[in-house]
Design a binder for this molecule. Structure first.
Ligand code: GLU
Length: 412
């Protein structure tokens, strides 16, 4: 139970709603998704056999507007995880003040072991399986762990075929030529950089020369390393599923980016200097977990060597670890705030699709920056004035609008 992401999300949702003055009825409604669809997807494999995959789509709540959130392809996907992820999407949208509720999808599979064509058939099969409950005004998917713009393109194409009209606003994170937005690919990392700036400013540490450790070298982690390196910070540690690299003077990030494969593997090409566990405990200014859940736990929280933790991954720190690092005076910028850049630019993509007019990259970057900073200021203010930790403050900021919308609609 302890590291069960759904359970811990529900605990904090309940605390947040109570602090906001809501009662049992609201908690009962918002602690679980309103809809969860489980699907079985038969896929013809390249060797002629058929494999049946299990997938999910969870919709947390649509009182604010259509639900929104990515689809992950990963062997460890579970129903509980997808449910928790959909609740987190609600919180991100609430913090950023987007007109959406949260949604999330997942398929239990290992894309690293599938061919391009098998992945195409799986992506199309997923859309056929969930097509009844998704759509540009219902529930809008996007990329997540191990899904990318190519997969979004196949999903869009399948949806348009089923509906028999072009519908770019059905999905975000698309290739630019199919109605994708400039800046979407790098959005999560850009958002995290903005959060690092804000946190460093509060701690009085300059970005130039700041020592940063990044766990994970996927979409978020690799772009983040690039941007931080370009702004003069020293990225002293990075890791992927195979291990970690460390250099206290700063790693050669351009070289690592050059050697990285499309799934974010790179450390296998170099003599490893430290383990993934040691990486998390390195003395540094900012630690960015940008991989998967439950990485900072009560087992290592007392030994974390960073002054700031900025969560680029979803759910990397357990509740007990949140308590320990907060007590130790570490400034924690929680996932539902720090990683909101992706869904914010997804929202811009959907707006551009709806209006049929496209913005340039500087417009996207400026708007993203304003929204992220406003989100940070709101959460930080709740943290200070209500004397709650940064995670609870983020949940309070994130769930408030949804609870008000539920009230106005008369659902509770
Ligand atoms: N999968 C991303 C997330 O967890 C982005 C979701 C979106 O763009 O809708 O925030």
């Amino acid at each position: 139970m302890m590291n069960d992401v759904l359970h811990s999300t529900q605990v904090v949702i309940e605390q947040a709603l109570r602090r906001l003055g809501y009662g049992d009825d609201m908690i009962e409604l918002l602690k679980e998704p309103i809809r969860l669809l489980t699907v079985r997807i038969p896929v013809r494999m390249d060797d002629g056999t058929t494999k049946v995959f299990t997938g999910y789509r969870s919709q947390h709540n649509d009182a604010v507007g259509p639900t929104k959130g990515g689809v992950r392809f990963h062997p460890a996907v579970t129903e509980k995880e997808v449910k928790a992820l959909s609740i987190w999407m609600s919180l991100k949208c609430g913090i950023a003040d987007l007109p959406y509720g949260g949604g999330k999808g997942g398929v239990i599979c290992d894309p690293r072991k599938m061919s391009f064509r098998e992945l195409e058939r799986l992506s199309r099969g997923y859309v056929r399986a969930v097509s009844q409950i998704v759509g540009p005004t219902k529930d809008i998917p996007a990329p997540d762990v191990m899904t990318n713009s190519q997969i979004m393109a196949w999903m869009l194409d399948e949806y348009s075929r089923i509906r028999e009209f072009d519908s770019p606003g059905f999905i975000t994170g698309k290739p630019i030529v199919l109605g994708g937005s400039k800046g979407r690919e790098t959005a999560t990392a850009r958002g995290v950089v903005i959060m690092i700036h804000e946190a460093l400013r509060l701690k009085g540490i300059p970005l130039e020369g700041a020592r940063i450790v990044i766990q994970g070298f996927g979409n978020a982690g690799s772009y983040l390393a690039k941007f931080l390196h370009e702004s003069g910070a020293a990225v002293i540690g990075i890791s992927d599923v195979n291990g970690a690299l460390y250099n206290k003077e700063g790693l050669d990030i351009p070289h690592l980016l050059d050697r990285r494969d499309s799934f974010g593997n790179v450390t296998n090409l170099f003599p490893k200097t430290i383990t993934n566990e040691e990486l998390l405990e390195l003395p540094c200014d900012v630690l960015v977990p940008a991989a998967i859940e439950n990485q900072i736990t009560e087992a290592n929280a007392a030994r974390i060597g960073a002054s700031i933790i900025v969560e680029a991954a979803n759910g990397p720190t357990t509740l007990e670890a949140t308590r320990i690092v907060t007590e130790r005076g570490i400034l924690l910028v929680p996932d539902v705030l720090a990683s909101a850049g992706g869904v914010i630019v997804s929202y811009f993509e959907w707006v551009q699709n709806n209006q049929g007019y496209y913005w340039d990259e500087s417009e996207i970057d400026n708007k993203l920056k304003l929204m992220m900073i406003r989100g940070f200021e709101n959460v930080y203010e709740i943290h200070q004035t209500r004397k709650v930790d940064m995670r609870l403050a983020a949940y309070m900021s994130g769930v408030r609008k949804m609870a008000e919308a539920v009230r106005f609609r008369g659902w509770v």
